[in-house]
Design a protein around this ligand. Sequence first.
Ligand SMILES: Cc1cc2nc3c(=O)[nH]c(=O)nc-3n(C[C@H](O)[C@H](O)[C@H](O)COP(=O)(O)OP(=O)(O)OC[C@H]3O[C@@H](n4cnc5c(N)ncnc54)[C@H](O)[C@@H]3O)c2cc1C
Length: 434
Amino acid sequence: MTEKAVIVGAGMVGLATAYRLARDGLDVTVVDTGRSGAGASTRNAGWIVPVMSTPVPAPGMLGKALRWMARKDSPLHIRPSLRPDHVRFIASMLRHCNSRDYQHGIEALVALNERTVSLFDGYQQDGVRFEYHRTGHLLVFRTRDAMHAHRADFVPMERIGHTAVPLSGDEARDLEPALGPYVQAGLQCTQERHVDPATLIEGLEQRCRKLGVRFLHGRHVTSIRSEGALTTSVLAGDEEIGGDLFVLAAGVHSGALSRLAGFPLPIQPGKGYGFDDTSGSVKLRHSVYLGEAKVAITPLSGRLRFAGTMEFGSSDSTVAPHRVRGIIRSAGEYLPDFPPAPQQHAWTGLRPMTPDGLPVIGPLPGKENVFVASGHGMLGVTLAPMTAEIIAAQVKIAAQVKGEERDADIATMARPFSPQRFARRGHGKRSADH
Ligand SMILES: Cc1cc2nc3c(=O)[nH]c(=O)nc-3n(C[C@H](O)[C@H](O)[C@H](O)COP(=O)(O)OP(=O)(O)OC[C@H]3O[C@@H](n4cnc5c(N)ncnc54)[C@H](O)[C@@H]3O)c2cc1C
């Protein structure tokens, strides 16, 4: 009998998982509150950047957050709030801002990203249609010191073939003439890719449909029904959707869903902002990261996409104009021809963040047939295909189906991402160990 998989969430992670499980022959249903990509998965920079395999909680982050607290247009902002889940999350994240946890996180993310680019190439070869660019990635900086600090973080990524080659300011301008004299150094990463995220969501949904995946759009899951350790269905209003296994891939809402399943996960939103510039005043070939300003720029068909800001403690989609102005102001420093005009169509996106900066992938403790695929933070597009590989391997292991030899290796590699690490108080085993 074909196993029936129910995936909650039709973002990048849910769709990648649906696609992978459908290719394994499972009968897959995807349930989403809205349409596919309604969450963060169309509101992002579209970078596929294994070279950026670094967790958000990093040594020195607290100092930066405090310095930037008073600046309304800063790239990182922690909103003061006494909400207990927010306070616990921030306290736990700050405990992870040490070099031991940071290096542990880098090692785990590097291993996770080893096959990322080949998996995206595989999507294309298998007929998933999306806007895909192989022009590489450029990081630019005001100072050589800032460039060297970044480069030191990127050394472990060389092991998986993702190198960052140092450039002078002039060399960076040779690659991208739109950059101004403000830029004094750069890093060129030729293996990185970028996509138009909306086309990728659409392409994956179309390919999934061809593989027989059923989509239940406009269904908000409000309850999870279980008999002991076995979950039998999810409820969207009064509609009951039964299955043999369930994947929670609901982005920032995965914490609430995991609570319904009996094991609350500490997933909180990290709000980002973006807008598309269609003026054509600046032309770029590479995806470009403005190092000090922490702004991402992506050249897409007919437009440049600007994205940035990490705001904790805000879970709605309202646009704060001063944050958009912050992105525009810093873009103008690096790109003198960039128009300072206010952008009309700014948007926000909520990144699913975890306190240790690592995604949560794997079986939910206490439930035999519920898997979580969430908490990918700033790297959800990049990490979605490999997340789906892990879920597919773990589903086979759980069902005691004979899989490929590689499945056991994948399961081992996935250990740092297990939801089990949140079983103790204090949001994460490593921090609780300290
Ligand atoms: C400004 C910005 C720039 C970014 N740039 C990049 C980048 O360049 N590269 C990169 O790799 N990542 C980037 N990211 C991160 C990336 O966008 C996210 O990590 C990723 O989209 C998360 O995907 P997801 O599928 O987990 O969640 P989402 O895309 O949020 O999808 C979750 C889905 O679950 C549904 N849902 C929620 N609750 C329920 C429920 N109860 N019932 C049914 N459905 C439900 C929602 O409607 C939604 O469609 C960026 C993010 C932002 C905000």
